[in-house]
Each structure stands twice: as structure tokens, then as C-alpha cells.
Design a protein around this ligand. Structure first.
Ligand code: G1P
Length: 295
């Protein structure tokens, strides 16, 4: 029996410079896909996969994320007194229960690996999920739930991977492909942001991880890597000397909401599939595209 994954870590300390001026006062994770903040969608995915505790690694200017996952007592009372029960139910069902969230701050922007390390005390000595909220994965069941199947049968460490075009590879961590392991495969190597000739495959690390707690000691030993930052991939390379890593090619569509095209595409895709606004939105889009000279 593998140890159940109860906690997920959400690094949300990034500055969001690509979305200025929107992100001057609003954290990029609070930008919305239709009407749900990006970070809420990551929490939704975690809850679906059975996660019961949500650890956020935040930074200065991010306090509103904590407010978002709190009970907004006055708002809820107002909704109740006005009979807006549908909206009230939505707020209640989205909200983790009291005590299910923890927040800590990454005091300096030293990299993703360092952000994860900041969660070490809150995670403790148990395996955990790591979810990068910028990477929005539209999938049913969700990506983390798909990964849990591999974890339940193999244990160890599990990473979501997907294939990208050769010219995209240098922007990501890349895995080497080893032996098949059920629906997944053993990862034979990893490299962070390789040049095309150094990439072991065209399968990239997609922002969802299940990691064993020994990762924290490995992070603590890291020198700055790619981009002068403490990289989670470098710590995983070391951990892979002692423990297995599996790659899961999940079913689903990824939107990189850390850049404008990915963010706008996600809004279009999620808007179109909404029952309440989808058909009308499609008409509006058709008109906009026709007026812009067609496709
Ligand atoms: C991080 C990881 C990288 C991964 C990527 C997914 O990079 O370091 O391995 O492929 O997220 O989006 P970042 O986007 O923070 O540069």
C-alpha cells in the first residue's frame, strides 16, 4: 500500500510581470478564466484528486489569495438575505473547509525549487502533490487524478508529461523515456530547459508532480541552476538516483496561463463550453472574427 497523498503545494509567489499592469495590485493567479480565478481551478483539480490540505507558497502582494479561500461572511449573509441561493451554494462548495489551507511566504524570488522548499515544514514527512497553477489543464478526470492511478500502482514520484513541438522544448524541463510501467513509463533522465540537441526527448514536464518528502533535502543541496535559480528539476535529478520517477502522458489540453496567448485561449475554450454563456459567446466570437476579416 502506498501512502495516500493528502497535501498539495501551490507555488504562487511569482511576480506576473508578463501581465502588467493587471498584476500590479492583483496576483496573476487571481486573473480569471471566465469567472474562476486560475488558482481556484488548480484547487478544484486537487480536490477532485482527493487532496485535503492546500499549501500556498505566496509572496508580498498576494494576501488576496488567502482572502479568496476564506469565508466571506458579510457577502454570504447578504446573498442569503437576498435569496441568491445559487451563488451562495457556489461559494460554499468552492471553499476548502476551515483548517484545510496553509500559507507561507517565499521571502525572496530564488526559483521554483526554493518556493517548494519553503513548504517543507507544512508538508512534513509525507508524499505530496505539487501543482503549478499557471499551467491550466483541461481534463476529465483531472490531470492529478489521472496521475494518482499511476502513483497508486507504482508509488515513487510521478510527473505529468506531454509532447511539444521541437521549437518549444527549450522553455521546459524535459524527461528521458525509459521502460513502460503500465499506462506510464519510467523516467530515465531529466534536464531543465535544454538546448534542442541536449533534449533527451520531446516530452516536457507539465506542472503537476507527485513527490516524496526526500525532495526537500535534495532541494536544500542545490546550487542555482538554469536562469540562476534553484530548480526543482535539478533536485528531482538527484532524487532519481535513489527513487523511481514515472511519467504520465495525461489525456487533456494544457493552457499556459503564464503567457497571454495561453490565458486568452483558455478563456475562449472554457467560455465556449459553458452551458449558460457558450452559445451566445460563440455567436459573439464569430462576429468579432468576421469583423476582423475572418480566419
Ligand atoms: C517550470 C519547471 C519546468 C516545467 C515548467 C512547466 O518552469 O521548472 O521544468 O517544464 O515549469 O510549466 P518555469 O515555467 O517556472 O520556467
Amino acid at each position: 500500500m502506498v501512502k495516500k497523498i493528502n497535501k498539495a503545494v501551490f507555488p504562487v509567489a511569482g511576480l506576473g510581470t508578463r501581465f502588467l499592469p493587471a498584476t500590479k495590485a492583483v496576483p496573476k493567479e487571481m486573473l480569471t478564466i471566465v469567472d474562476r480565478p486560475v488558482v481556484q481551478l488548480a484547487v478544484d483539480e486537487a480536490r477532485e484528486a482527493g487532496i485535503e490540505h492546500f499549501v500556498f507558497v505566496t509572496g508580498r502582494n498576494k494576501a488576496v489569495i488567502e482572502d479568496h479561500f476564506d469565508k466571506q461572511y458579510e457577502l454570504e449573509e447578504t446573498l442569503r438575505s437576498r435569496g441568491k441561493l445559487e451563488e451562495l451554494r457556489l461559494l460554499e462548495s468552492d471553499r476548502p473547509s476551515a483548517g484545510q489551507t496553509s500559507f507561507t511566504r517565499q521571502q525572496e524570488p530564488l526559483g521554483l525549487g526554493h518556493a517548494v522548499w519553503c513548504a517543507r515544514e507544512l508538508v512534513g514527512n509525507e508524499p505530496f502533490a505539487l501543482m503549478l497553477p499557471d499551467v491550466l489543464i483541461h481534463a476529465s478526470p483531472g490531470c492529478l487524478k489521472q496521475m494518482m492511478q499511476t502513483y497508486d500502482s507504482h508509488g515513487g514520484n510521478v510527473i505529468a508529461v506531454e509532447q511539444v513541438a521541437p521549437e518549444e522544448i527549450h522553455r521546459y524541463g524535459v524527461v528521458g523515456i525509459g521502460k513502460p510501467a503500465g499506462d506510464a513509463f519510467e523516467i530515465s533522465g531529466m534536464v531543465e530547459k535544454p538546448s534542442p540537441e541536449d533534449a533527451p526527448s520531446n516530452k516536457i514536464i507539465t506542472g503537476r508532480y507527485i513527490l516524496q518528502p526526500e525532495i526537500f533535502d535534495k532541494i536544500a543541496n542545490q546550487n542555482p541552476g538554469s536562469g540562476g535559480e534553484i530548480q526543482i528539476t535539478d533536485a528531482m535529478i538527484q532524487l532519481a538516483e535513489d527513487q523511481p520517477f514515472y511519467g504520465v502522458e495525461f489525456e487533456g489540453t494544457t493552457y499556459d496561463c503564464g503567457n497571454k496567448i495561453g490565458f486568452l485561449s483558455a478563456n475562449v475554450a472554457y467560455g465556449l463550453e459553458r452551458e449558460d454563456i457558450g452559445p451566445q459567446f460563440k455567436q459573439a466570437l464569430k462576429q468579432i472574427i468576421a469583423e476582423a476579416g475572418g480566419l
